[in-house]
Design a protein around this ligand. Structure first.
Ligand SMILES: Cc1cc2nc3c(=O)[nH]c(=O)nc-3n(C[C@H](O)[C@H](O)[C@H](O)COP(=O)(O)OP(=O)(O)OC[C@H]3O[C@@H](n4cnc5c(N)ncnc54)[C@H](O)[C@@H]3O)c2cc1C
Length: 379
């Protein structure tokens, strides 16, 4: 059964599909610019998937712009340095010339955005799956309901139904490596001598390719990313093959023992999605729906949030939404495209293992300030 709800008031209405970092940011920013906004999440509650996350200057500026920064800063951590090890020896320590960055649990970031969305009056519909959209400004839900709006935002992740229903041309591919992401207790006192407040990117190429990205999120929580090639049955095994990880990283045993207890652990490969365009009429795609990228530069969510925030800026003026969306894509997309390309190259060549790889080009997205629309940090 199909019924159509037409907007009865003159205020502009946006329907946002997807309650991840991209959808929440778009919803809050649009609402702050005077739109009536409803956010549809297919799950039965709004919750974050995954373990930890890095945000850089660009993402932190978005949080400031949407009024969620203070809540995020409390309970997250900026490590003194980003250290890279090869075969358990330090090869570089990067501090990014003071460029702000932050590590946190995903649930911490997500909760702050959900709280802010509720505070500004975003209408939230859970158990509400979008199955299609059309450029004229209609969103179809799994129930058969069709909603008309002035703007449809497809923020429904890498498997986006909004995107696929419209038929954007796309290239998609998966990485050769994958990662097991976990949050475990810090166990700092049990780790022995060391600078355990740092991020430490621990690479090993021999006798097997195994990497641990060690990332403290706060005093109590540690984010571990355990990377191994997808054709390595032991490195990619979940729950964790404790022996194979402790053999390579014995000094992390107290944390790895905790990690091995987590039955819900998943091994995920990274996906890259590249589209011919991000908009069609009144429909805009944001986040992984538009530009899923390898996590080498930790910018997938950062770019998603910048693009969602910038979208709300560009449709703020009266006038054609279609034209504003085209201008938005022209303005903001090149930074994401370049970042996605560098991330893909770094992941394919395992380049971060060399150390000192956060070059000015690699930090381009991080240096962008979406509020003032400038690169606000020196190279
Ligand atoms: C290993 C790894 C590490 C990463 N580390 C970082 C990092 O440190 N920093 C960083 O910036 N980025 C990082 N990223 C990238 C980042 O996780 C993603 O880019 C970001 O989460 C994308 O957010 P999103 O809102 O677009 O999509 P998602 O997080 O996938 O959210 C989509 C939401 O939409 C919902 N949904 C799906 N389909 C529908 C539908 N049809 N209707 C309604 N709702 C729907 C889902 O349930 C979900 O809530 C990493 C990625 C990986 C794989």
């Amino acid at each position: 059964m199909t019924n159509i709800n037409k907007s009865s008031t003159r205020s502009r209405r946006a329907e946002v599909a997807g309650g991840g970092f991209a959808g929440l940011t778009a919803a809050i920013a649009l609402r702050q610019n005077g739109w009536d906004v409803r956010l549809h999440e297919r799950s039965n509650e709004l919750r974050a998937f995954g373990a930890g996350i890095y945000l850089w200057h660009n993402g932190l500026r978005v949080l400031e712009g949407v009024g969620a920064l203070n809540e995020v800063l409390e309970g997250s951590h900026t490590p003194p340095t980003y250290e890279t090890w090869m075969h358990n020896k330090s090869v570089s320590k990067e501090t990014f010339k003071g460029l702000p960055w932050r590590v946190m649990t995903r649930s911490h970031l997500h909760n702050a955005l959900v709280n802010r969305a509720k505070a500004v009056g975003v209408e939230i519909a859970v158990n509400s799956e979008a199955v299609a959209a059309d450029p004229a400004g209609r969103l179809t839900l799994q129930t058969g309901e069709v909603i008309e709006a002035d703007l449809i935002v497809g923020a429904d992740g890498v498997g986006s139904k909004v995107r696929d229903s419209i038929g954007f041309q796309q290239e998609r591919w998966g990485s050769k490596d994958g990662i097991i992401r976990l949050i475990v207790p810090r166990k700092k006192a049990e780790l022995g001598h060391g600078e355990w407040d740092n991020t430490i990117d621990m690479w090993n190429f021999w006798p097997r390719v195994q990497r641990i990205l060690y990332s403290p999120c706060n005093e109590n929580e540690l984010y571990l990313g355990l990377m191994a090639p997808s054709d390595d049955p032991r490195g990619s095994r979940v729950p964790l093959d404790l022996e194979v990880w402790v053999e390579m990283f014995p000094f992390l045993e107290p944390c790895l023992v905790e990690a091995a207890k987590l039955q819900s652990a998943r091994y995920d490969r990274y996906e890259t999605t590249k589209l011919d365009r991000w908009t069609a009429g009144k429909v805009a795609l944001v986040g992984d729906a538009a530009h899923a990228m390898c996590p080498a530069l930790a910018q997938g969510a950062g770019c998603a949030m910048v693009n969602a925030f910038s979208l709300a800026q560009d449709v703020a003026a009266e006038g054609s939404v279609e034209d504003a969306l085209l201008a938005w894509e022209r303005r903001i997309r090149p930074i994401t495209d370049r970042t996605q390309q560098i991330s893909a190259d770094y992941a394919a060549n395992r380049s971060l293992s060399k150390g000192n790889m956060f070059t000015p080009e690699a930090l381009e997205a991080a240096r962008y300030d979406p509020i003032n629309r400038v690169y606000s940090w020196p190279q």
